[in-house]
Design a binder for this molecule. Structure first.
Ligand SMILES: [Zn+2]
Length: 337
């Protein structure tokens, strides 16, 4: 992954970029930050970027860490003695974990730079641990900073929330995620579709890089390619490939979501709402298929898919349900001709 700098941060999270950049430029940093927002919005990455910028000995003209000095390098290798990542061992972050670090911090620092705690899932701090952490920050002369990362701001201890500066991270813009996926080599049509499935950036990248998920995507295109062709059977094609291509629940769920999006596109093509189509590279095919199918048939198929999607959460015999869904779709497409 590319290294974070202020330009990149402002691209993904404009508000966080501005607040932190100004904090450094005006030398007005808070000793405790809360990075709050949904999963997959680059909060933890930004916390390490903050630590690096704070400790860097030779910030660049753009105000970014140099990535070359000994502090930058050690932070990037997760081996800097002054930068601690604290994560829950189990369901909570215990006071012992904090005490261990406080003890570490009470020894004279061998490094003449600030110390930084990064607490991941900070809502898991139990009250004792949270208060111990606060006390450390507030000790006079302590050059210590804390970045608390959380996706459950409301579950955070009130004492902590009230004494920290909160920076809100927001779900990434779909087009930003798409551009990133394409840049990392994901098929452009698949990149269009993924942000409709998840607004978690990390998950989007994982799906984009997954061979299984790509195979599920290609299977959807292949099945719709057969739609309305009397000599091809969508049902048989799925039966033949499903065990190999859709090995688990996640793949199945992704596959069905892609089917739903395709069917929605078909409806949008029928209603001439072309700007809402996500499978943009399939536009001609969608229009052709929409031409020969009634709106009612398309809607009927869509409803069946959505019903199956909600039933998939329970342990129904899903292959049987998929069989019946595809048989129904196939009939609908053929009858229309
Ligand atoms: Zn540096």
């Amino acid at each position: 992954m590319a290294l974070m700098d202020f330009e990149t941060l402002s691209f993904y999270q404009p508000r966080a970029g501005t607040v932190l950049r100004n904090g450094f430029a005006m030398n007005r940093l808070s000793h405790a930050y809360i990075f709050e927002g949904p999963r997959g919005t680059k909060k933890l990455e930004t916390a390490f970027f903050f630590a690096k910028r704070l400790l860097c000995q030779h910030p660049t003209e753009t105000g970014d860490p140099c990535n070359a000095c000994t502090h930058c390098k050690r932070i990037m290798h997760a081996s800097h003695p002054n930068v601690f990542l604290i994560e829950a061992e189990g369901e909570v972050i215990k006071v012992d974990q904090i005490r261990r670090i406080v003890q570490e911090f009470s020894k004279a620092s061998l490094e003449d730079v600030p110390r930084v705690y990064i607490v991941n899932d900070a809502h898991k701090l139990n009250p004792e641990a949270g208060n111990t952490l606060l006390k450390t920050l507030e000790e006079p002369g302590a050059d210590i900073y804390a970045v608390l990362v959380t996706d459950s701001y409301n579950a955070l201890l009130k004492t902590i929330a009230s004494r920290s500066q909160v920076i809100h991270f927001t779900a990434l813009d779909k087009d930003v995620v798409r551009a990133d996926l394409v840049k990392s080599g994901v098929d452009p049509t698949l990149a269009m579709v993924i942000p409709e499935y998840t607004n978690n950036f990390d998950e989007a990248c994982r799906i984009g890089a997954s061979e299984t998920m790509s195979a599920a995507f290609r299977l959807v295109l292949e099945l719709f390619e057969m739609a309305g062709k009397p000599k091809k059977s969508m049902v048989l094609a799925l039966r033949e490939k499903r065990d190999e291509l859709l090995p688990d629940k996640d793949a199945k769920d992704f596959f069905l979501t892609l089917m739903i999006l395709y069917q929605k596109d078909l409806l949008n093509a029928k209603l001439r709402r072309l700007d809402q189509i996500v499978y943009r590279t399939e536009l001609e095919k969608l229009q052709r298929l929409a031409e020969t199918t009634t709106q009612k048939t398309i809607q009927n198929g869509l409803e069946r898919m959505l019903t199956l999607k909600s039933r998939l959460r329970f342990n129904i015999n899903s292959w049987l349900a998929f069989d019946s869904l595809l048989a129904n779709l196939e009939r609908g497409f053929l009858n229309a001709i």
